[in-house]
Design a protein around this ligand. Structure first.
Ligand code: F3S
Length: 275
């Protein structure tokens, strides 16, 4: 069986950095927690827990020790609260996310109505809204863009992992909403690169295996894009591979979301080669 890995796949810079910071923060006898799962990958979260880095959903669950801010970032209130509680803080916010947050804050400070193009319920978008302050709105479709009123000054930022072509379509629909518009294209290239490489590979193979957390938005998006081109399965681990998927298949392509650890990609690769 021929198995081909996408040119760009797996951990991005921000995730690698966050995992490294979390691993470095673990110290015997000390309480260390990430605020929310460090990345949307249950296997990696479990591995960190084995090494002494737990997960809490809220600061209410923490009394002492180190709190790690994950790559998705948080709003300013969390920084204030961590300081007031006297906790040790390790900030693993991805620098690209930090840039989106500070861009939104800058636009709000300059009197722009801030519009964030991204998934409203994603933790990163929530954090950007909190930095922009009351009144910032998040939209994710062209229809939502159409339904916005006209503004004196309109400032636009993007969720870092948002689809670049979709961002462009939505921005086009916003152009007549204000005569004073500032657009800050805060999309991170890691997402674009993974999506382009996956789509290219999906046109060259009979079957695509997309590896990553079922709760990972960027992995799910990769699976959607690949399924437009060829038969595609989204899995979290090698154990999910089923023999009947490989009937009459000659070439398999593999890609993985930005939060998928290398060791899982290797396991899937090896197992596919034996099919
Ligand atoms: Fe950061 Fe881009 Fe990864 S925003 S967390 S480098 S996908």
């Amino acid at each position: 069986m021929e198995v081909i890995l996408a040119d760009n796949l797996g951990f991005c810079y921000g995730v690698k950095r966050a995992i490294q910071l979390a691993e470095d923060s673990a110290a015997p006898g000390q309480v260390t927690n990430t605020l929310g799962p460090i990345i949307h990958n249950p296997q990696m979260v479990a591995k960190l827990a084995e090494n002494g880095v737990g997960t809490v959903d809220s600061l209410d669950e923490v009394k002492e020790g180190t709190i790690i801010i994950r790559s998705h970032g948080v709003g300013p209130d969390v920084y204030d609260r961590v300081e007031a509680m006297g906790l040790n803080m390790v900030d693993a916010t991805c620098p690209h996310v930090r840039k989106a947050q500070s861009s939104a804050k800058m636009l709000a400070d300059e009197g722009y109505q801030v519009v964030i193009i991204g998934e409203k319920r994603h933790p990163e978008v929530k954090s950007i809204i909190e930095w922009a302050g009351d009144g910032a709105v998040a939209i994710e479709t062209e229809e939502e863009a159409d339904s916005l009123p006209k503004y004196g000054k309109l400032g636009v930022v993007a969720q870092t992992t948002f689809s670049a072509p979709k961002f462009k379509l939505i921005v086009e629909r916003l152009l007549d909403k204000s005569s004073d518009m500032k657009i800050l294209r805060t999309i991170c290239t890691a997402t674009d690169q993974r999506q382009s490489a996956a789509m290219k590979l999906a046109t060259e193979v009979d079957l695509m295996i997309v590896i990553g957390g079922k709760n990972s938005a960027n992995t799910t998006r990769l699976a959607q894009l690949c399924s437009d081109k060829c038969k595609t399965y989204h899995i979290e681990t090698a154990e999910e591979l089923r023999d009947d998927w490989f009937d009459k298949i000659k070439k398999i392509g593999i890609t993985a979301g930005a939060s998928t650890p290398d060791w899982i990609i290797k396991e899937v690769y090896k197992k596919c080669q034996k099919k």
